[in-house]
Design a protein around this ligand. Structure first.
Ligand SMILES: [Zn+2]
Length: 80
């Protein structure tokens, strides 16, 4: 099976992500609960970036909890 490489850019710089850890977008209101959920689900503290810093194809930049425009991206970058 072909390996799908998750490729995104953060502030114009190519970033390599842990494939098993998704990029999630959240609004400020749900930031804390979504960080907790990320930690619970993946047993890792996510790196946080401003949502507008993240560039990539097919990114749905809406809060996964309420659907509002997201302000923060949660992800897990390699080497962090
Ligand atoms: Zn929200």
């Amino acid at each position: 099976m072909e390996k799908i490489r998750e490729s995104i850019r953060i502030d114009g710089k190519e970033a390599e992500l842990h494939q098993e850890h998704p990029v999630r977008f959240v609004c400020m209101e749900h930031l804390d609960t979504q960080i907790d959920e990320y930690v619970d689900e993946f047993e890792v503290a996510p790196d946080t970036y401003r949502a507008e810093s993240i560039e990539g194809k097919q990114l749905d930049k809406r809060c996964r909890e309420c659907g509002a425009p997201a302000e923060v991206a949660l992800l897990h970058e390699k080497g962090m």
